[in-house]
Design a protein around this ligand. Structure first.
Ligand SMILES: NC(=O)C1=CN([C@@H]2O[C@H](COP(=O)(O)OP(=O)(O)OC[C@H]3O[C@@H](n4cnc5c(N)ncnc54)[C@H](O)[C@@H]3O)[C@@H](O)[C@H]2O)C=CC1
Ligand SMILES: Nc1nc(=O)c2c([nH]1)NC[C@@H]1CN(c3ccc(C(=O)N[C@@H](CCC(=O)O)C(=O)O)cc3)CN21
Length: 284
């Protein structure tokens, strides 16, 4: 069976995330984003709960689907989580959430990881039916692959026991090879959930390297040159064209199942939405 899908198929049903500070950029980008697009709202240390709730409400008001990130380790108490979820339900009518442990080396409250937050049973109680969990095609700098695998299995079981639908959203990558291998392995282990492959939106080398360092993503010179960036031209700007083409060329629905893209708009929401539109047109 010849592998490879039409890259245009990857340019449908994509998702794109925002931080609570990006709502003005989202309003400007809204005409470029298909109605009903899923838009996660990150949970970063330098934001307030009010800002996160109002960002989710803006996403909903603009006709998109808000997916609040819940960073387990950053939540101080069960009451704080309940307050956040009920505000999200009231202001943004949430039915999705993305549950992640969060970067703090030690939990700041009762939830040590994503599983603990899922087991709080507060998600369904506040209207959340579909839950996103993480995936690491290239592993995680602090967490071993066995531990990641066990945690993934426990999360999937806990979600199924509670009747949640779930999708896996991967850490961003610059190289399609390891991503394709990782997806095939997930499928071989019987995981049929939708997998959203994380791709960086168009941005400068400097910005991409900064986020890669911040998020523990490998960005060797070899990988970056394949991606289309030369490390000598730090102000060079590149989109994920090559990465998407390499993914499309290597995807075989019979092996890889349902795979879509999730954009991390490191170069801005409007720039990323415009880039997707232009790239989609170029492929037509
Ligand atoms: N969009 C986002 O916010 C994303 C965040 N991440 C980061 O990845 C890390 C793991 O998150 P999940 O995949 O949800 O893990 P998880 O909740 O599935 O936990 C995986 C295993 O590693 C342990 N663990 C979790 N966070 C840890 C940490 N910061 N340091 C050491 N051990 C940890 C857990 O106890 C568990 O045994 C977090 O640092 C998270 O911030 C990863 C991808 C995307
Ligand atoms: N380990 C890990 N932690 C994360 O928090 C994380 C990942 N991985 N992978 C993907 C996304 C990307 N994340 C982020 C992280 C920072 C900003 C951000 O905009 N931070 C600053 C500006 C940073 C800068 O420009 O250098 C901000 O406060 O807006 C956005 C998304 C969150 N996510």
């Amino acid at each position: 069976m010849a592998t490879g899908i039409d890259p245009r198929a990857l340019l449908d049903h994509w998702s794109i995330e925002i931080t609570a500070k990006d709502t003005d950029d989202l309003v400007r980008a809204a005409p470029l984003i298909p109605p009903g697009t899923k838009i996660p709202v990150t949970f970063l240390p330098n934001e307030t709960f009010e800002a996160r709730v109002s960002a989710a409400a803006t996403v909903r008001r603009l006709g998109f689907i808000p997916i609040p990130h819940l960073s387990a380790r950053r939540i101080h108490s069960r009451e704080e989580l309940e307050g956040f979820l009920s505000a999200l339900q009231r202001e943004a009518a949430i039915d999705h959430a993305f549950v992640v442990a969060g970067d703090p080396p030690e939990p700041m409250g009762p939830f040590a990881d994503a599983l603990a937050l899922i087991q709080s049973d507060l998600l369904a109680a506040h209207g959340v039916t579909r839950v996103g969990i993480s995936g690491y095609p290239e592993g995680h700098p602090e967490i071993g692959s066995d531990k990641l695998w066990d945690a993934g299995r426990d999360k999937r079981l806990a979600l199924q026991e509670r009747g949640h639908d779930f999708a896996i959203v991967t850490q961003f990558a610059f190289d399609a090879g390891p991503v394709l291998k990782w997806i095939a392995h997930q499928r071989a282990e019987g995981i049929q959930a939708l997998i959203r492959v994380g791709v960086p939106g168009p941005a400068s080398v400097k910005t991409l390297l900064r986020f890669a360092a911040r998020c523990g993503v490998g960005a060797s010179a070899k990988v970056m040159s394949r991606y289309g960036l030369s490390m000598t031209r730090l102000l060079g700007n590149a989109g994920p064209d090559r990465l998407i083409e390499d993914l499309a060329a290597g995807l075989d629905p019979a092996i890889h199942g349902d795979v879509r893209l999730h954009f991390y708009p490191f170069g801005g929401i409007e720039n990323t939405a415009a880039w997707i539109r232009n790239y989609r047109k170029k492929l037509a």
